[in-house]
Design a protein around this ligand. Structure first.
Ligand SMILES: Cc1cc2nc3c(=O)[nH]c(=O)nc-3n(C[C@H](O)[C@H](O)[C@H](O)COP(=O)(O)O)c2cc1C
Ligand SMILES: [Fe+2]
Ligand SMILES: [Fe+2]
Length: 385
């Protein structure tokens, strides 16, 4: 347990062995599930219940907690609400406080005594004795049920998934360094980026609330909110960097040669690039790049008339995550035929970026293909200028 502020402590349960989140995104160092204990002179509250798979560590950390009056569920997902039934069994006097949407999701997901659930909204206020619980509804970061809890007396804001990071650092407060930013940025890309406009709105809300400390339920807390708020303001802004993300897959080296050439030509024109091998590389590097990139260039060979399946996976995921890049291009190589450009374009149908060029070589790229790649670099540089 870590001390966050007077009467507020952090119960940080690290899950270092966890390899994937949502069976989708690889975790470099696992993640943490954070809960917070708020003690008033009269009553005690737990903010966010933890994850069943790491239950023993959670209960070990809260061992000395004799009394629990309230459990706040800011979000119904299992990693923050999965332990509710067991916590409510062990603390039979505790009431569950949550908003109407979250209440529904929790009751769909687990069996609870409904008479112990109290529905809260922005007008609700729970006095713990010298500490008050207030609530701000913040739907869609990243489920429709999400809310923040605030303790005005200490100005501590509990944002659950919002502003979190998959990190297992043994630290109460996140150091203000590159590794903190990298973990927060990858997390933003995977979980929050599809809701970029909502994130921008709630960053403004957080600024209005003006907390001294921000306490998310993954990673470490922020005792200088400015650090994470500024980062989010840059990530959620409409403006892009002069940066092209180039995910690639190549069985025999043709498509990757084209990607490398394009990358060189882009650099010569002042556009930086992030090339990521989508089979052997780090998906997190790609996700971080598309937070800022102005263009994405998919480089793939053709397999059974379609883009290589590893590329299809990336294109599909990118379409879901809705990065702010307005432009995309397709390059790659085929042997005899297939619809590389059309298939990739079709897969981007809901995020609708604009196709600004394609170069598909037959076998190894020819001088003419390289000339077309130079022209594509020029087009990209002009669009990102
Ligand atoms: C399993 C497999 C399936 C393929 N299917 C197609 C295809 O349907 N259409 C086509 O034009 N080329 C097909 N090819 C050929 C590759 O697209 C071609 O060799 C290309 O130049 C490889 O580019 P790379 O070196 O970037 O992997 C296939 C190759 C393999 C290994
Ligand atoms: Fe969540
Ligand atoms: Fe979560």
């Amino acid at each position: 347990m870590f001390q966050i502020a007077d009467g507020i402590s952090l119960c940080k349960v690290n899950h270092s062995e966890r390899k994937y989140f949502d069976e989708l995104v690889p975790l470099k160092t696992g993640t943490s599930y954070n809960s917070y204990i708020v003690r008033g002179t009269e009553k005690t509250a737990l903010i966010d219940a933890s994850y069943p798979q790491t239950a023993s560590e959670f209960f070990r950390q809260i061992e000395g907690l004799e009394r629990l009056d309230y459990i706040v569920a800011n979000h119904g997902e299992q990693d923050h609400s999965g332990l509710l039934p067991e916590i409510m069994r062990r603390y039979p006097n505790a009431k569950l406080l949550t908003n109407a949407k979250c209440r529904g999701l929790i009751l769909d997901a687990m069996s609870l005594d409904e008479s112990r659930v109290e529905t809260v909204d922005e007008s609700s206020s729970y006095d713990l004795g010298g500490k008050t619980l207030k609530f701000y509804m913040a739907p869609w970061v990243h489920w429709p049920d999400t809310m923040f809890t605030f303790v005005p007396e200490t100005r501590v804001l509990f944002t659950c998934d919002f502003l979190g990071a998959h990190s297992t650092l043994d630290a109460c407060f996140a150091p203000e360094d590159e590794s903190t930013l990298a973990a927060a940025k990858t997390y933003y890309a995977e979980i929050m980026m599809p809701y970029r406009a909502h994130c921008a709105k709630y960053i403004k809300l957080v600024r209005e609330i003006d907390p001294l400390v921000i306490c998310p339920s993954h990673g470490s807390a922020y005792d200088n909110p400015e650090f994470i708020l500024r980062a989010y303001e840059a990530w959620t802004a409409d403006s892009c960097k002069k940066l092209a993300a180039i995910p690639y897959v190549s069985m025999y080296g043709n498509s990757v040669k084209m990607a490398e050439y394009l990358s060189e030509k882009l650099s010569e024109r002042g556009v930086s690039t992030v090339m990521v091998d989508v089979v052997n590389g780090d998906l997190g590097e790609y996700l971080k790049a598309i937070v800022d990139a102005g263009a994405i260039v998919y480089a793939s060979s053709v397999v059974l008339a379609f883009p290589h399946p590893a590329m299809a996976n990336i294109v599909y995921l990118t379409n879901l995550l809705k990065p702010k890049a307005k432009y995309f291009a397709v390059i790659g190589s085929l042997g005899w035929g297939g619809m590389l450009v059309k298939r990739i374009t079709d897969m981007l149908a809901t995020s609708k970026p604009e196709l600004i060029g394609d170069v598909v070589a037959k076998g190894k790229p020819t001088a003419e293909d390289f000339a077309r790649l130079s022209a594509l670099a020029q087009t990209i540089a002009e669009r990102l200028a």
